[in-house]
Design a protein around this ligand. Structure first.
Ligand code: NAP
Ligand code: MG
Length: 454
């Protein structure tokens, strides 16, 4: 039997052996999901809604258990992990409101009636990364199930525990067997099968741009529908008319939250040269106040990185750069890395251009608005970003000029389950969440009914 030993990244202790699915096991899960689809698609919309609400209630009753599990498996801080479990509940409740609202159109035609239907696709394969195992799973499965599809879901190999528990809670809440199946395993095996198996009609992939491209290419051979949520190298632009104190206080949270393992992490900071020195002094203070510690501590702002290999990859970027200042973190055991700030002396530097996915912030200065926009857009990514200014014209002008799917002004908040989320350029394809997310899990069917001549 092929198993994976799940490790607690804060202690390096083994916490569970998880059985990894092979290809035949994955195929069985897909076929079972296809059989369940024949019933689920015809389940009354109100009944589907009721079951999704029951699932949400069950998550609500297990918030603490799910949060503890995520702290142990992914090293998330306990306060973040509670928010993430709460997000799963909220996302389920939101999409539970959709089955009865999935209305088609009636289009005027001559000689008959023309109507449209939103038909579910069938089996949807959801592939989840390790950085936000719970919310990203729910953003895929909740709208898919609401639209009448069934789901097979592959968690990341290193962080499978909360998704597996959510699968159990779904069954306990009355979601029928085969409607949501968690298939832990390797990306190339389980995820690879989602791409090649003809009964999987859509793949929702969240992860690196590199793997996303391969998924898209693989899906092309069957013209399989894909949604891609990929990497980012997001900018935080601070203009000279910004509230410097507020911007410097918020900057660490915008990049170091979840130890920087966040596709929306604002890892490039552009500060106007008129305020640069004042800003950097204030930033140094707020970085030293950002606490990296035991993630079970309520006061923790960030915990460890997810694995030793990932910690080493982050360290490599930092080792080849001049560090301006850094915060503190515990010493081993655990995969710790302190919040680190690097001043950019070459805009082509690797740390300023590649997604590090760790607690590393690269800072540069600018003088013209146009110059800032040019620097920000000079990347293949386009996921999110922040603009700090007290000038409304500038806020709107720059928001329109930045090539990114999710921007925030005087804030770093970019994810709300009732608003659309997704990337421009190589940060992704399609949108998740928000009022239109369910449509992405349906095919629009047009039916013309001729009137009899009389
Ligand atoms: P990753 O290496 O691309 O893996 C993501 C998922 O894909 C994992 O479940 C992985 O399985 C699976 N996978 C790997 N190779 C595969 C293949 N050949 N076929 C099918 N599936 C395969 O990404 P990661 O390192 O876990 O996560 C970090 C990346 O995710 C970052 O680039 C980050 O920006 C991005 N991300 C994007 C968003 C967004 O919404 N835009 C959100 C969060 C994260 P294993 O378990 O075997 O690794
Ligand atoms: Mg990876």
């Amino acid at each position: 039997m092929n198993t994976y030993t799940v490790i607690n990244p804060a202690t390096e202790e083994a916490i569970r052996e998880v059985e990894l699915a092979d290809e035949p096991t994955t195929d069985r899960a897909i076929v079972a999901a296809h059989e369940a689809f024949q019933r689920w698609r015809h389940t009354a919309p109100g009944e589907r809604a009721r079951l999704l609400r029951a699932f949400a209630d069950s998550v609500e009753n297990h918030i603490d258990e799910l949060a503890d599990l995520e702290v142990a498996n992914a090293g998330h801080t306990i306060s973040n992990a509670r928010w993430e479990a709460g997000n799963v509940r909220d996302v389920l409740e939101y999409f539970a409101g959709m089955p009865e609202r999935l209305c088609g159109k009636q289009i005027p035609v001559e000689g008959g009636i023309d109507i449209t239907f939103h038909e579910p696709l069938g089996v949807v394969g959801v592939i989840v990364p390790w950085n936000f195992p719970m919310p990203i799973a729910a953003w895929g499965f909740a709208p898919a199930l609401a639209a009448g599809n069934t789901v097979v879901l592959k968690p990341a190999e290193v962080t499978p525990l909360t998704a597996m528990r959510l699968g159990e809670l779904a069954l306990e809440a009355g979601i029928p067997e085969g409607v949501l199946t968690i298939v832990p395993g390797k990306g190339s095996v389980v995820g690879g099968r989602f791409v090649t198996h003809p009964l999987v009609r859509k793949v929702v992939f969240t992860g690196s741009t590199e793997v996303g491209k391969r998924i898209m290419a693989g899906c092309a051979s069957q013209v399989k529908n894909v949604t891609l949520e990929l990497g980012g190298k997001n900018a935080n632009i601070v203009f000279s008319d910004a509230d410097v104190v507020a911007a410097a206080k918020a900057a660490p949270g915008g990049v170091f939250d979840n130890a920087g393992q966040d596709c929306c992490s604002r890892s490039r900071l552009l500060v106007h040269s008129d305020i640069y020195d004042d800003f950097m002094a204030a930033l140094q203070e707020s970085v030293s106040a950002f606490t990296c510690m035991n993630p079970l501590d309520e006061a923790a702002d960030m915990g460890p990185l997810v694995t030793a290999a990932h910690r080493d990859s982050v360290a490599q970027y930092v080792n080849e750069s001049d560090v301006a200042f850094s915060g503190s973190c515990p010493s081993g055991p655990g995969f710790w890395f302190p919040p680190t700030v690097i001043e950019v002396n070459d805009l082509k530097a690797r740390h300023f251009n590649e997604e590090i996915f760790g607690p590393v912030l690269s800072v540069t200065r600018f003088t013209e608005e146009r110059e800032a926009i040019e620097i920000v857009n000079n990347t293949d990514y386009g996921l999110s970003g922040s603009i700090w200014t007290s000038n409304l014209d500038r806020a709107l002008r720059v928001s329109r000029a930045v090539d990114a799917g999710n921007l925030s002004v005087n804030s770093h908040s970019s994810v709300r389950y009732w608003t659309p989320f997704g990337g421009f350029k190589q940060s992704g394809l399609g949108r998740e969440l928000g009022p239109d997310a369910v449509q992405a899990f349906t095919e629009e069917k047009n039916v013309f009914i001729a009137f009899e001549d009389n």
